[in-house]
Structure formats: structure tokens, C-alpha cells
Ligand binder design. Sequence first.
Ligand SMILES: C[S@@+](CC[C@H](N)C(=O)[O-])C[C@H]1O[C@@H](n2cnc3c(N)ncnc32)[C@H](O)[C@@H]1O
Length: 303
Amino acid sequence: MDAEAKKRLIERSFKEIEEKKALFNNNPENSTQYFEKLKDLITFEGNLDLSNYRKKYLERRFLHRLSFLNIESYKKYIDFAKDNPKEILEMKDSLTIHTTEWFRDKTPFELLRKNILPRILKTKKLAADKTFRIFSAPCSSGQEPYTLAMILDDIRRELGITTPIEIYGCDVEPKIVEKAKDGKYFAQYMKGIPVEFVDRYFTPLPDDWFEIKHSIKRMVKFFVQNLFKPLPSWIKSMDVILCRNLLIYIDRDHQLQVIQNLSKILRKNGYLMLGKTESLLILNTKTDFIAENAREHLYQYTP
Ligand SMILES: C[S@@+](CC[C@H](N)C(=O)[O-])C[C@H]1O[C@@H](n2cnc3c(N)ncnc32)[C@H](O)[C@@H]1O
């Protein structure tokens, strides 16, 4: 297929999507009234509080599930879900996205590995508090905090230093926190980890599974935490916090709440890293952060 044909194909498929969207929006069975009914159904039958989620995000996820099932309206979907209670669990799953990756987006972790983390680790030697602390909030099934643990161990080896390191990971979903603690991953989901790290930090298990080595596991403390609520008093003096791919799903008031809660446990001049499509600018208010590296969404806390 030549370039012109590819371009035509892409344009045609975009046009089809736009037409489908228009059809969907013009259907009275997709009015705000039915949107709210569907929200209530998931909230009460699925026991999932959707009040913090952005409307646009919910609309996108609902539409995604409806298209998958080939159902053209919220009203029809509500009838379908009432007759198929398992469907509510499916919808719930598709809303609480746990998607995560090792070294997610690559370049933010390159910046941390090459520049930020070695610099902070070196300064710890002369600091009164010699422990380096980093927090992955939220951490989903553990790939992000374990990525940090491998990177930090690698830096310590390279620099020949023994700086004490504490890594924390939290998530609101108890089941996903258990998975993170377990630290076992199927081979198919190991994409993104450098080969030498797989070799150094993982033990192969039967049936194509891998387990993160104990030396790395014990560097991370996992706990269940709703980031809309204040953090426990034992978590404090963080040097770096990663809050990646949570803010995009939630409304502005809750975004602010999360950032305020995290600020309280961040050291002065500590760092906050957000996800690839997230920025403090979306809060539309003055914060105590300055951009250290805008491209990688890394901010320094300067209260
Ligand atoms: C897309 S994952 C992001 C994981 C990781 N930070 C990353 O970027 O790969 C989003 C996670 O946020 C969690 N989450 C949603 N609401 C939360 C809340 N209020 N407090 C803590 N975690 C929450 C979800 O359970 C999910 O595991």
C-alpha cells in the first residue's frame, strides 16, 4: 500500500469514528439523564464511587465498553447490565485502569537514572538525614516502584556507595497492592526491562513467570492508601515522589487534593514527577513548585 492510500485509509477511519460519535450523541437514549443512570448503576451495584472521576473520562470509558459489546445506547446497556450482573464487574474493571509498565515512557526514567537520582544520592553522604526516600503514588501492580528500586541499586553499585534507600508504593485497590507485594510477573509483561536487569534482578519460575529478587523486593514497602485522604504520619521526608497517570482520570478538586497531600510529605527542594500527559498547569492555580524539567514533567518543591 502506498503512502497516499495509507493516508486515505486513516482519513476514512477517522471519518467513520466521527460519524459514529455523532450518531451516538444524537440518540436520546444517550442523554445526560441516561448517563447519570448508568453512573448510579455502577456506583450502587458495583460499589465504586464515581463522583471524583471526570465526566469526559467516564464518557470515553463507557463508550469504549459499549462499542466492544456492540450496544448503541446507555439505556440499552443499563438493561443489558441489569440482566447480566457480571457485566457491572467488567465495566468496573475497565474504569479503574491499572495499566502500568516497566520504565514507563522510557525518557523520564532516563532523566532520573542519569541526572536526578545520582545527584541526590551523592549529597546524602553529607546530609544530617542520610536516608534517601522515594514514593510511587499510585503504584498499581508494582512495576513503577520496582523500576525505581532496580535503578537505585544500579546507581549505588556504579558509585560504590551504601546510601540507605527507602521506597514506598501505594494504591487504593487492595488486590492490586497484594499483586505488587507478590512481585511475580508473566514473561509477556516484562517488556521494557533492560536485558541485564532481567538477568540481575529476576528469578525465572516455571511456566514463563519471573519473580523480582528478594534484594529488590525488600527495598519497597507497599501499602493501601486513598490519595484523596491524608497520608499516615509515618510517611514523611520524601526526596522524590512519582505521581504518574492518576491525575488524568480525576476532577480538578481531587487533583488539587492529591497534590496537597503529597506536598505535605515532600522535603523542601524535593522533586515531584507527573505522567507524560499530566502537568501542574492543569490545576490552574499557583503552587509551590517550579518546573525542573518541563519536558519530563518534573517539578521541584520550593515552598
Ligand atoms: C494507570 S495506574 C498508574 C500506575 C503507575 N503510576 C504508572 O504510571 O504506571 C493508576 C492507578 O491509580 C489507582 N488509583 C485510582 N484512584 C486512586 C486513589 N484515589 N488513590 C490511590 N490510588 C488510586 C488505580 O487503582 C490504578 O492502579
